[in-house]
Design a protein around this ligand. Structure first.
Ligand SMILES: Cc1cc2nc3c(=O)[nH]c(=O)nc-3n(C[C@H](O)[C@H](O)[C@H](O)COP(=O)(O)OP(=O)(O)OC[C@H]3O[C@@H](n4cnc5c(N)ncnc54)[C@H](O)[C@@H]3O)c2cc1C
Length: 222
């Protein structure tokens, strides 16, 4: 199977536990916004530990960007990524992923599940085609919101936050429910893009089915 060894150009924090890693882009490497690849750290004891991450740069950029939530307590790959420096290397594998833009709709993300949508919104913005897409972004606390300012500036009132573990003026509080969706979504006959942790995926898919969203309008990673 094909793989590419790429050098890290920069690594920095975008929230308290999310890092942005920018790496070289191999010649001829292509993807569409929303897709992912398997990534490993090019160090002896980590080479075989592949994990999937979504590209958050534009397909036309001359570099690749990943936006990665780290889990120090798991002592896995994302924890090890906290020790990486510019000049260190990653190993990239095949490009894959089912999430892609299928027209104007409603995007529902939980935590790091925002990454394919970050990629899609950046792409739509680059083409001046943000249109009337709506983003509902669920997080535990305000400090967990990835690229809040960027989404505010891209989407304005079409960017809706909900926080489950913190009450903050101006932010919705609680979990996403059918009533919450009914209050914020006018039309359920359009694409619904959903990405988040497995329990959230199950809950939202059930809610959308109850609200009459047809299966063929659901865009999720399989
Ligand atoms: C298509 C796709 C795209 C993705 N894109 C992104 C992205 O762009 N950005 C992003 O941040 N994430 C993304 N993810 C999720 C990302 O792949 C995982 O967060 C990552 O694999 C975690 O790797 P890890 O080695 O740090 O931890 P893991 O491999 O999850 O865990 C290491 C070890 O910790 C233990 N462990 C596992 N889960 C738990 C738990 N819940 N509590 C306690 N211990 C546990 C287990 O022993 C496990 O072997 C994506 C996932 C998919 C499927």
């Amino acid at each position: 199977m094909e793989f590419h060894i790429v050098k890290i150009k920069s690594i920095d924090h975008v929230t308290h536990d999310v890092v942005r890693i920018i790496v070289e882009k191999p010649a001829g490497y292509t993807f569409t916004s929303g897709q992912a690849t398997e990534v490993a750290i090019n160090k002896k004891e980590w080479k075989e530990e592949r994990r999937p991450f979504t590209f958050t740069s534009l397909p036309s950029d001359d570099h690749l960007e990943f936006t990665i939530k780290t889990y120090p307590e798991r002592k896995g790959v994302t924890n090890e990524m906290l020790n990486l420096k510019p000049g260190d290397e990653l190993i990239l594998h095949d490009v894959w992923g089912a999430i892609s833009y299928k027209g104007e709709g409603v995007f529902i993300a939980g935590g790091a599940g925002i990454t394919p949508f970050l990629s899609i919104f950046r792409y739509l913005n680059s083409k001046n085609e943000l249109n009337n897409n709506l983003l509902i972004f669920a997080n535990k606390t305000k400090a967990d919101i990835i690229h809040e300012e960027e989404f505010n500036s891209l989407l304005g009132n079409s960017f809706i936050n909900i926080l489950s573990r913190e009450t903050v003026p101006g932010y919705n509080h609680g979990m996403i429910t059918e009533n919450f969706l009914k209050a914020h979504v006018v039309n359920f006959n359009k694409p619904f893009y959903v990405c988040g942790p497995p329990p959230m995926m199950d809950a939202i898919q059930k809610q959308l089915a109850n609200l009459g969203v047809a299966d063929n309008l659901l865009v999720v990673e399989i």
